[in-house]
Design a protein around this ligand. Structure first.
Ligand code: AMP
Length: 121
C-alpha cells in the first residue's frame, strides 16, 4: 500500500490544516487529539511519510527511529506524565485493519493525566 499524501496528518504536517501543537523538532510533531479519550490525549507523529509502525521499522533511518522514541519521552515530560514529571501514561500505536488504525500516517497515542484503565476493551 502506498502512502496517502492527503491523509489528515500529512495535511497537518504540510500546514494545510491546523493542530493544537505541543512539541515539534526535526523528527516529530506532537499535538492534542481532536477527540480526547482521557484527560490528556496527545499524538506524536514522525515527520517522515510512514504509514504505520511496520513501515517505519522497515524503512525509517536509525536517526528517525531514535527521534520518534525520544520525542515520545519529551512530550510525556512536557505534559507532566512521564515517570520523572508525573505518574505515568500509556503509549499506544494502532496498526492497520485489526489494530483499528484510522489515519494512515504512523502515530503514537499518549494517554494520561488520570489512571488509564484496562488495556484492551
Ligand atoms: P487511529 O485510530 O489510531 O488512527 O487514531 C486516529 C486519531 O486521530 C483519533 O484518535 C482521532 O481523534 C485523531 N484525529 C483525527 N483527526 C484529527 C485532527 N485533525 N487533529 C487531531 N487529532 C485528530
Amino acid at each position: 500500500m502506498a502512502y496517502d499524501e492527503n491523509n489528515i496528518f500529512a495535511k497537518i504536517l504540510k500546514g494545510e490544516i491546523p493542530c493544537n501543537k505541543i512539541y515539534e523538532d526535526e523528527y516529530v510533531l506532537s499535538f492534542h487529539d481532536i477527540n480526547p479519550q482521557k484527560k490528556i490525549h496527545a499524538l506524536v507523529i514522525p515527520k517522515g511519510k510512514y504509514i504505520d509502525l511496520d513501515d517505519f521499522s522497515e524503512n525509517a533511518s536509525n536517526n528517525e527511529i531514535v527521534g520518534l522514541i525520544k520525542g515520545i519521552h519529551i512530550v510525556a515530560k512536557k505534559l507532566g506524565m512521564s515517570v520523572n514529571t508525573g505518574k505515568g501514561y500509556r503509549a499506544l500505536a494502532n496498526i492497520n485493519e485489526y489494530g483499528g488504525q484510522e489515519v494512515p500516517h504512523l502515530h503514537f497515542h499518549l494517554f494520561g493525566g488520570e489512571r488509564v484503565g484496562k488495556m484492551v476493551e
